[in-house]
Ligand binder design. Structure first.
Ligand SMILES: Nc1ncnc2c1ncn2[C@@H]1O[C@H](COP(=O)(O)OP(=O)(O)OP(=O)(O)O)[C@@H](O)[C@H]1O
Ligand SMILES: [Mg+2]
Length: 247
């Protein structure tokens, strides 16, 4: 069980996260949706302390930290528990796909080269990239790069995988392959928090959808509840505009 309580964050006097609470069950896929500027990325980045929240706590099983007093050691532990996949992949350009996936296993998990290689090969195989192990990022497509980034995050066996618009930097024809790999990881029980503007993917993969507005959760529910039976005016408006554009 992962519990985030009373998360707040201001940027120059503007409240971007306004006391957010969220419980995530093991194996659950939570999607954060909302207009641009609603605070989705800040929420995700605050969870693993890439942004420093002004207040709030996070509990992951027995591990509990208060963001206002978190120690350097706990930041490292937290980041191991919450792995992140970014819009822009963030791969090491001078390392092969295999070495990108091995890096964290060797440096952070301190595995031997042999053990790291074994796990990295397995993870690359799961995302369909066994034949690209020795390629450098510049010789991979955007979709392949993002699948390497996904394999790298999953190799660390994180308690929660954080995904911030993982497909929005991709050419449209490459989106499907990355979404399939994410959906496969979800099916195998990986707990995730996903930020996405791709409502058909959210509908397909999420167990729970949170609609964020001005730094708080305006409405939450299953994809069916939010997409087909939204309660709040603002939520109705948001999903209606998506239906008009994409369906
Ligand atoms: N480092 C920062 N410094 C100052 N303001 C920031 C910073 N990061 C985010 N903000 C502001 O916080 C608000 C929330 O931003 P955030 O990036 O979390 O929104 P978002 O929901 O992810 O939007 P998008 O859908 O466009 O990615 C915005 O008003 C943004 O301008
Ligand atoms: Mg964002």
């Amino acid at each position: 069980m992962i519990r985030i309580s009373n998360l707040t964050k201001e940027f120059s006097g503007q409240k971007v996260l306004d006391g957010l609470n969220l419980d995530i069950e093991k194996g659950e896929v939570v999607a954060l949706v909302g207009a641009s500027g609603a605070g989705k990325s800040t929420f995700l980045r605050s969870m693993n302390y890439l942004e420093q929240p002004d207040s709030g706590t996070i509990e992951i099983d027995d591990f509990k930290v208060d963001f206002t007093t978190i120690s350097k050691e706990d930041v490292l532990i937290l980041r191991r528990k919450l792995a992140m996949v970014f819009q822009q992949f963030n791969l090491f350009e001078r390392r092969t796909a295999l070495d990108n996936v091995k890096e964290g296993l060797k440096i952070v998990k301190k595995l031997s080269d042999e053990e790291a290689t074994k796990i990295a090969k397995e993870e690359l195989s799961k995302v369909g990239l066994s034949d690209r192990e020795n390629h450098y990022p510049r010789h991979l497509s955007g979709g392949q790069k993002q699948r390497v980034a996904l394999a790298r995050a999953l190799a660390m066996k994180p308690d929660v995988l954080l995904l911030d618009e993982p497909t929005s930097a991709l050419d449209p024809e490459l989106v499907g392959e990355v979404e399939k790999s994410i959906a496969d990881a979800a099916k195998s029980g990986q707990t995730m928090v996903l930020v996405s503007h791709d409502m058909s993917f959210v509908r397909q993969v999420a167990d729970k959808v949170l609609f964020l507005e001005k730094g708080h959760i305006l409405e939450e529910g299953t994809p069916d509840q939010l997409f087909n039976h939204p309660k709040e005016e603002r939520t109705k408006e948001f999903f209606a505009s998506y239906k008009k554009t994409f369906i």
